[in-house]
Write a protein that binds this ligand. Structure first.
Ligand code: GDP
Ligand code: MG
Length: 339
């Protein structure tokens, strides 16, 4: 990134990095375009911003089919505790996994390229859900141009391979190269398992996307060697955490929810109204390090603005303890917000 940009531009860029909602991201891009200093050193960046505005605008104004669809077609609004995208070569079993894990009816076929659009679905883990997005395959030859916009809001990637197919040794590096051409980089550094893999380099480029990835070695029913995935990772030089599963038999799939919960450091918080029992069936989810104020923001924007203090019940507080907005929440905390 050019160094001689203004404070206003930097502010817009920071907001862009943090924004997850597609329309919010578009707003930020417009602000970046408005505030970027116009000189030779920023020409590349200006062009990049312009093309992203164009694409995102097109996505957000996608035509409504039969008057039913109201959102964008290729950008899936994040929902649940986290959003994970299924990446991988054709026929690896992405759609089969998606269908088994979320109960979706995404198209499954013994021939490649059955899936044409992102398909969201919710995977239940205890009392929360993870949003899994089924995607068309990526290969060395082809990647849907809109995939970049789709991957942007994701919290992580599930890289699915067919362990019984030796071709995955060529497919994985080809996929990584294809993604890198679009500034998308997969790494094994999940926040909750930070010590186990190398961290991605701190990026200056606002459009670079570093996504933590979990390798899903699918079709274990066809290749029952439990060491296979370790051998593959060794050969590929990958340090991603891995799960060996079978979408067909269901073997290994029960480990996904607990993995995501731990790796993404999900924290569940239950809200309550004064004098009433907590809403124990539907927690709000934040991440380790997040505060009472972050919870308030999820409940309602205005609430965050007017929040004075909270009363809390949980592991690190005594029953009914009064805490400030900056108090860090723990998994299982009950919070009563006071304005
Ligand atoms: N034996 C076996 N076959 C599978 C498994 N998962 C998927 N398949 C088959 O592999 C083919 C491709 O599956 P699909 O889910 O469409 O793959 P995608 O292209 O990655 O979405 C289909 O014929 C599936 O029935 C598995 O775990 N074991
Ligand atoms: Mg598919």
């Amino acid at each position: 990134m050019p160094t001689n940009v203004t404070a206003d531009y930097k502010k817009a860029e920071d907001a862009f990095r943090k924004a997850r909602d597609p329309s919010e991201r578009l707003e930020c891009l417009r602000e970046m375009m408005r505030t970027i200093p116009r000189h030779k050193g920023t020409e590349h960046l200006q062009a990049d911003i312009k093309s992203r505005i164009k694409h995102l605008t097109a996505e957000l104004s996608a035509p409504k089919k039969g008057g039913k669809r109201s959102g964008p077609s290729h950008v899936v609004r994040p929902d649940g505790a986290a959003q994970l995208c299924l990446l991988g070569p054709p026929n690896a079993g992405k759609s089969s996994l998606h269908s088994r894990l979320t109960g979706s009816r995404t198209e499954i076929g013994p021939y490649p390229h059955t899936t044409h659009l992102p398909v969201p679905g919710m995977h239940a883990h205890e009392d929360i859900h993870f949003q899994l997005v089924d995607l068309p395959p990526v290969s060395g030859d082809f990647m849907e141009p809109w995939l970049v916009a789709t991957l942007n809001p994701a919290d992580g990637a599930l890289l699915v391979i067919d362990v019984s197919d030796p071709e995955c040794l060529e497919q994985i590096p080809a996929i990584m190269t294809k993604l890198a051409e679009k500034k998308i980089f997969l790494h094994g550094h999940w926040p909750g398992l930070a010590a186990e893999a190398e961290a991605p380099p701190g990026a200056d480029d606002p459009f670079r996307l570093d996504l933590p990835a979990l390798l899903i070695a699918n079709k274990s029913d066809l290749d029952p060697d439990p060491e296979e995935v370790e051998v593959l990772e060794e050969l590929l030089g990958l340090d991603f955490p891995a799960l060996t599963v079978s979408a067909q038999t269901g073997e290994g799939l029960e480990a996904l929810g607990p993995f995501l919960f731990r790796a993404l450091e999900i924290v569940r918080v239950y809200t309550k109204s004064p004098g009433k029992p907590p809403d124990s069936d539907k927690p709000f989810t934040v991440r380790r390090g997040d505060t009472v104020l972050d919870v308030a923001r999820l409940v309602h924007r205005d609430l965050a603005r007017d929040l004075k203090f909270a009363r809390m019940w949980g592991k690190n507080v005594f029953d009914g303890q009064q805490t400030g907005p900056e108090h860090e929440v723990e998994d299982g905390d009950v919070v009563e917000l006071h304005l």
